[in-house]
Design a protein around this ligand. Structure first.
Ligand SMILES: [Fe+2]
Ligand SMILES: [Fe+2]
Length: 212
């Protein structure tokens, strides 16, 4: 894991592009050790994460159809997340696993509780966009760990590609949030959410069968 001087996570990929994810707390190093022994479970959990990512973008488009920029940016993301879901299914199949039932997603449940209830339509939208950005950022960090550490070459390459793709989504959600509320407000709220997320990560049990 490369950390920059401010303690924010650095993502660097092929093109040499670098940027920080902003996360406050790195994943517990024990996670990768147990995750690599449970790759079938990780893939099942991951498949559902992709499915939820697609459906979350569909919900946003259905709830905010009048927000042209949102519809324009998120429509291709739906297709991309669904293609990730298909690709995870292929990886499961290649390894003789099947798609098991969905596990309880304690991480996302805890994050959802962070949203400020009420407020106007734009405030509610920005809350949702920031939670989505956060899930993308944390997924990106986990994919980076999988890419760097799993011995299965094909899967390692797969996670590199997904890391790059989710990094773009992370930026999309943050950019959209700044379309609907002033940048200063969004940056302040984003910092608050990042702190709260670190608290959630610190208290959740480290489970090697979950992506988060
Ligand atoms: Fe995805
Ligand atoms: Fe994504």
């Amino acid at each position: 894991m490369t950390l920059d001087l401010t303690g924010h996570f650095m993502i660097e990929y092929g093109s040499g592009e670098k940027f920080t994810l902003g996360l406050e707390l790195p994943t517990d190093p024990r996670w990768i050790n147990i995750a690599e022994k449970n790759i079938g479970d990780i893939l099942v959990d991951h498949a559902y994460c992709e499915q939820k990512a697609a459906s979350s973008c569909i919900s946003l488009i259905m709830l905010y159809p009048e927000r042209e920029k949102l519809v324009e940016i998120l429509t291709p993301v739906v297709a991309e997340e669904w293609s990730h879901f298909e690709r995870v299914l292929e990886e499961l199949k290649k390894r003789g696993y099947s798609l098991g039932r969905q596990r309880k997603d304690e991480y996302v449940e805890a994050l959802t509780k962070l949203t400020i209830k009420g407020g106007n339509r734009d405030q509610q939208l920005v809350e949702r966009l920031l939670i989505n950005a956060l899930i993308e950022a944390r997924s990106c960090e986990r994919f980076k760990i999988l890419w760097k550490n799993i011995p299965d070459e094909g899967l390692s390459k797969f996670y590199y590609e997904l890391m790059v793709s989710e990094a773009v989504h992370y930026k999309n959600f943050l950019q959209l949030a700044k379309e609907y509320l002033p940048e200063e407000y969004v940056n302040k709220r984003w910092k608050e959410i990042l702190k709260q997320e670190a608290g959630i990560i610190a208290t959740l049990e480290v489970k090697g069968d979950r992506l988060h």
